[in-house]
Structure formats: structure tokens, C-alpha cells
Design a binder for this molecule. Sequence first.
Ligand SMILES: [Fe+2]
Ligand SMILES: [Fe+2]
Length: 358
Amino acid sequence: MPNNSHITVIQDNYIKNKAYIDLAKHYYDIKLADINSVSYEDITKSVVIIVQVDLNDPNSLNRLKEIMALPERRHIPTFFLLHEFSRREVVQATTLGATDYTVYPCPDRNFTFILENLINKKVEKAWKKLSHVQEEALKVSLKVVEKTFHNASKGLEVSQEEVKDSCNLIVEATAKDGLNDWMDAIRQHHNSTYRHCMMACGYLVSFGMLIGANKADLQMVAVGGMLHDIGKAMIPLKILEKTSELTPEEVKVMENHPVDGKIILSGANWDKAIIDIAAHHHEMLDGSGFPDGLVGDEISDIVRTVSIVNIFCDLTDKRSYGPTMTAEKAIETMLSMENQLDSTLVKAFRPVVLSDDN
Ligand SMILES: [Fe+2]
Ligand SMILES: [Fe+2]
């Protein structure tokens, strides 16, 4: 999905509670559009359309009929916020083609539950182009990542078996069908934590395959990629998903995630290498990283590899801090960090993300 994908909110000037817009901003950029001036492009580039107009106003209703009847609109999940729960409004919304509706205002969790379902519907449709093995690996790993982060945040056990099984599926899918379609599908997912973990996991497996790693090592790097940021489960969502610049206090909370990751995984008795990845993937060769300021050989090869892949994912993902970079620019940037990153490894990683003609 292109980076300019958005949620379009179609409104009229009827005064209403618009607090839901802040909730929707967590998922995609928001385009606010007046019902009388909403453009064709606003509609066709939407991941989801939210409609909040007065269905009793004949002008709004007529215009809405035209919009909803557009053939391109029919493929886009459309969420109606109704003024009241009356048979008339419900019938109007469903006749117009609403995919789902709720009366608004409603509790935040009701709104986000419906919105997430609609976004997933759109995304899962795009997964259909994947092979069966790839689709299965995505579905299973999505559930495992969600459950693992949830359990970690609640102090519950993080099941090694489930994580390892889902990583085996990812290794199998990458070996059989390659990485490209899989990465395209992951990049479409709205949950930035899932997207980041799975991108890291996919690139690490692919990198491992390129250098001829055995099956056990491939599974290990896949698990390392999936769990390297498990400590972020302890960061409050309002900091984790903040789209503006973090305050110095918030940066401190954010930078504590390797410490929390080590605590979570040590408590559940994970392999030393996996704990090392979670604890040290933000260390830099010149000692400028965190949390322990490790230097040179104190950082293992596998941790160096994960930190390179981690930075690459951050630089090229749509929700990273700062502008999104192309793969080429990201590799160039990482090569310029020669005191901090292992440039031999960056060069070895290059073919995973760039073909020879780049
Ligand atoms: Fe991290
Ligand atoms: Fe990360």
C-alpha cells in the first residue's frame, strides 16, 4: 500500500462530536472532507471511509448516494457514524452500502474495534495474492505477536513454543516463495509494532538464507527479529504511538525497552542469544548506543546484524521518526555510520534489500 494511504472522513457542517478522529489518527493519516467537496482521489486512495453526515438532510443524503455508488468506493470498507439508533437510520446506512455502523458518541473501544476490523478486512484482501504458505505464516505470526506483546505487558508467560512454531512457518514461507510479496503484505499492516517486528524477522531470515545459515540458526534469527522489541510492551501506548517529537522524559521511557526486554525474556528462560538481542540491539560499536554503552567486540555478531536490520526497518517504514527513506538511501546512510555499525555486515545485507541493478 502506498505511503499516502489514508482514512477519509466525510462530514457535513452539522455540529457533532469529533473525538473519534484522534483515535483514527493512530492507524493512518486522516483526510477530512466536506461532503460537498470530497474529491474522487480522496475516495479512491482511502483504506477506510468514515461517514458522519446528517442522514435527515436531503442535500447531504443525495450527495452521499452519489459517492457511495462510485464503483471504486464499493471496494473500500465504509463506516457510518449514526446520529441515533433508529430503524430508519440503520436502514438508510445499510441501503447506501455501509460496511458497518455505530451510533456515535460511543465508547472509544467500540469505535476502534469496528475500525480495526474494517482495516484488517482491506489488508487481508491484499494477502490473497500471497501463496498459501505465506498467508498462513502471516496470519499465525500476527496472532502470536499480538498475544506475546499482550502477555508481556501483563506480566504473563511468553510462550516459547508458539513463537518458535510461528517462526518456523516464516522460515518455510521465505524459503519456498521468497520475501518480496511477504514484505509488501506486512508493510500494509496498520499496527506499527507488528509491522516492525515482522519486517525485522523477514529481513533477518532472508539475510540468514543468503549467507547459508542452517535451519536452527534461521529459526533463532527469526525469533530474535520477532522479539527484539518485546520490551516495548511495557511502554505506554500514548508514548509508543505518538506521532510528534518525544519529550526528553518520553525518550527516557522509550530507551528503557532493551532493559525491559531483557527482564521479560530472562524471566521466561529464553536462549541467551535471544535475550542478548532484546537487551543490546541499540548498542553502537563506538559506545554511543544504549542501554549499556557497549563497545566493539562486546557486541556479538548476531546482535550487530539485528541492529543493522532494525535501523533499516526504522528508516524505510512509513511510521518511523523522520521521513521515510528508499532502501538505497537507507543503506547509504548506514554505510556512513561506519564508527557505529559494522560496515562489512551492512554491505553483506545490501543484496537482501537491493537488487544488483540498484
Ligand atoms: Fe528497539
Ligand atoms: Fe526495533
